[in-house]
Design a protein around this ligand. Structure first.
Ligand code: ADP
Ligand code: ZN
Length: 706
């Protein structure tokens, strides 16, 4: 079997993603490789397919027991023999698995690094390793963000298994870690594959200066408009997680919280429920998400500005691993900045932390395509604007902000650069608070000079000024505002400054949001079918005690909704439906789709088109004539005829395919093995039976066997 055939047969996918095929070829050529792909990029296939094609067992080293089980369940769901070994299993269980390996019945064996190293001899004698895959390989590097000391001992394996390929995989992009991985693992002249880290399916949006109460309302509204979609809200503190979750529950939203301060069992319950689609929303600190592979997280919200770009990118990356459009939203305001500045100063490496905070602040304030800035941070360049971030969707407008900037700078100067943002705004707006009177700030010329600008708008202008370096925060002086040389030039009229029109005062902000919501939602009848299929998937998931996305991913359900397959052949064309899954679930999903198409409310989108073909067929038009008359392809007409035949609407196809031809196709299938692709049959029959005839013959065979 070729790599491509394996892809279709087991995974039900038609095409490799970029680099997958090259990586697989390299491994089959017994070369070491290092794979860098973003989360959701499709790393797993890169070692799983060679594992299926090589003799022996592929040993997969993976750091997290929870992920191991998930991966093994996914593989088994596709009919691939995989097992894992770890300390949670009894000796007898482990023995059984090793014996199965010895009998050559296990294609992939997942182990933790500790397990592999303690039982190295037993494992290598029993399993006959065909290759070694080191997942999450950045764990070996102390430069990385997730260093695990037990990984470092893996370096010695390269010597021991000198004749098999090693494959290291990671989603960590930075150069130092990358070099270190290859060095620490002693990889032999590895071929390095780096795919783009751009996740086009994630939309990017930043909302600046929204007050807490409005923020909760907005988020609740967002979630309520997406009833079937799971998402994560990242919060800065444990308390915030709990608060936000409570508030959302008051809106009737199925939310809960997750943070490191909870008992382990409570945490795993939340995680399980989320993975199994039994909990819609998790409010979490960054601790959540490490151990999960859930592919259908549809949105991620950051309730506050994250500490740095690395964390932000990793967290939004947990959305949309299945490749379907997914939304990300970042809320950012001045209080976040103060709090994060404090954190940055408290931890070690204050300079580095502040610099990193600076970069994400810059991203949040961006005036140009956000994705460009994001990728740029990870040393990648994007030629075109992405079209999928809020800046691209509503380009920013600018105005001459010299005057209002001068008002702010003048007030700061007159307060001797001793005050912070809150005091400054109060003075500009002409407040008569006791503190202001006590300091005599009510006597300043600028007192009340900015009363026409709303308090929150002032905040946002000041954030722009901080971001462009007109102002600075003195961290060591209680965050007093200082005027930079660039600011002095503006204050003294030596230069001008452009400010960005605040997004809220851009026209049509609300409709834009609504439009976007509409755009991501399929039309009503289509969504109904999606919900039906989702429920069916949930039934199987419950019965088999695996997460729903292991049965079929959201992407696969969506593909079914789009294609509305009505027979085995069409179902197997759907991306993500491999042979094993077809045999287990195919009929149930076909029946559900069939029921849906039969209900009057579905508008019989597909039923109508079959009916038209049927009518013309009854008028004794040939398939070619029907195609011309209906302006559809002949191929489609044949597919309709097969459908009608399978449902008993057409009683025989004798005029289009002879019984001899059917017999030949049947024989070919017996010899080639059950297949859904017509090409091997066509080739086996020396190209003597045309594709349309093969198509109809397959329908006849299917009906006979049903
Ligand atoms: P990673 O390990 O890089 O985070 P995965 O290997 O889990 O990513 O793949 C992410 C998702 O993409 C999975 O649902 C997987 O089945 C799917 N996928 C991988 N390769 C392909 C492909 N060639 N065509 C379609 N879907 C794919
Ligand atoms: Zn953009």
């Amino acid at each position: 079997m070729t790599a491509h055939e394996t892809l279709k047969k087991y995974y039900g996918y038609d095409e490799f993603r970029p680099l997958q095929e090259e990586i697989i070829q390299c491994i089959l050529d017994k070369k070491d490789v290092l794979v860098l792909m973003p989360t959701g990029g499709g790393k797993s296939l890169c070692f799983q397919i060679p594992a299926l094609l090589l003799d022996g067992t592929c040993i997969v080293i993976s750091p997290l027991i929870s992920l191991m089980k998930d991966q093994v369940d996914s593989l088994k769901a596709n009919g691939i023999a995989a097992e894992f070994l770890n300390s949670t299993q009894s000796f007898a269980e482990q023995q059984e698995i090793l014996e199965a390996c010895y009998r050559g019945e296990v294609g992939l064996l997942y182990v933790s690094p500790e397990k592999l190293l303690t039982d190295l001899d037993v494992i290598s004698n029993m399993a006959k390793p065909s290759m070694l895959a080191i997942d999450e390989a950045h764990c070996i590097s102390s430069w990385g963000h997730d260093f695990r000391p037990e990984y470092t001992k893996l370096g010695y394996l390269r010597e021991k298994f000198s004749h098999i390929p090693f494959v290291a995989l990671t989603a960590t992009a930075d150069k130092i870690t990358r070099k270190d991985i290859s060095k620490q693992l002693n990889l032999k002249d590895p071929k390095v594959f780096i795919s783009s880290f751009d996740r086009k399916n994630l939309s990017l949006e930043v909302r600046i200066g929204i007050k807490p109460k409005e923020k909760i309302n907005e988020i609740a509204d967002f979630i309520i408009k997406r009833p079937n979609q799971n998402g994560i809200i990242y919060c800065l503190s444990r308390k915030a997680c709990e608060d936000i979750s409570d508030k959302l529950r008051n809106f009737g939203i199925d939310a809960n919280y997750y943070h490191a301060g909870m008992a382990a069992e409570d945490r795993s319950k939340i995680q399980e429920d989320f993975i199994n689609d039994k909990l819609q929303v998790v409010c979490a600190t960054i601790a959540f998400g490490m151990g999960i592979d859930k592919s259908n997280v549809r949105w991620v919200i950051h309730y506050n500005l994250p500490k740095n770009m690395e964390g932000y990118y990793q967290e939004i990356g947990r959305a949309g691993r299945d490749g379907l459009p997914s939304e990300t939203m970042l809320y950012y305001n001045y209080q976040d900045l103060l709090m994060l500045n404090k954190f940055a100063l408290e931890g070690g490496q204050a300079d580095l932390n502040l610099e990193k905070l600076n970069r994400i602040q810059h991203y949040a304030e961006a005036d140009s395509c956000r994705r460009k800035i994001l990728l740029n941070y990870f040393s990648e360049t994007l030629e075109e604007n992405c079209g999928n971030c809020d800046v691209c969707k509503s380009p920013r407008k600018h105005f001459d902000g010299t005057l209002i900037t001068q008002k702010a700078l003048s007030a700061i100067a007159r307060m001797d650069e001793k005050e912070g943002v809150t005091m400054l705004i109060d003075v500009l707006r002409g407040s008569r608070k006791a503190e202001i009177l006590a300091a005599g700030y009510d006597k300043l010329k600028t007192h009340g000079a900015g009363s026409d600008i709303h308090q929150s708008d002032w905040q946002r202008y000041l954030m722009q000024l901080l971001n462009v370096g007109v102002l600075e925060l003195a961290y060591d002086e209680n965050f007093a505002l200082k005027i930079t040389p660039k600011g002095k030039d503006i204050l003294f009229g030596r230069s001008k400054i452009e400010l960005t029109v605040l997004p809220a005062i851009l026209p049509k902000e609300k409709p834009e949001v609504e439009k976007r919501i509409r755009a991501t939602k399929p039309s009503v009848p289509l969504e109904d079918l999606f919900t039906i299929l989702r429920k069916l998937r949930q039934e199987f998931a419950q019965k088999e005690q695996v997460p729903a996305y292991i049965i079929f991913s959201d992407a696969t359900l969506q593909a079914m909704v789009n294609a509305k397959p009505t027979n085995q052949f069409e179902m197997l064309q759907v991306s993500g439906v491999g042979e094993h899954k077809y045999h287990k679930y195919g009929q149930a999903f076909l029946d559900a789709i069939d029921d849906y198409l039969e209900t009057p409310s579905s508008k019989k989108r597909k039923g109508d088109t079959y009916q038209e073909t049927h009518t013309l067929f009854n008028q004794r038009l040939s398939p070619d004539e029907i195609a011309v008359k209906r302006s559809i392809s002949t191929q489609t007409v044949y597919s309709h005829l097969a459908y009608l035949y399978l449902r008993g609407k057409i009683t025989n196809l004798n005029e289009l395919v002879s019984s001899t031809e059917v017999a030949e196709v049947e024989k070919a299938i017996k010899i080639i093995g059950a297949t859904t692709a017509m090409k091997p049959i066509f080739e086996y029959l020396n190209e003597q039976v045309s594709y349309p005839k093969i198509r109809l013959a397959m329908a006849v065979i299917e009906k006979k066997s049903a």
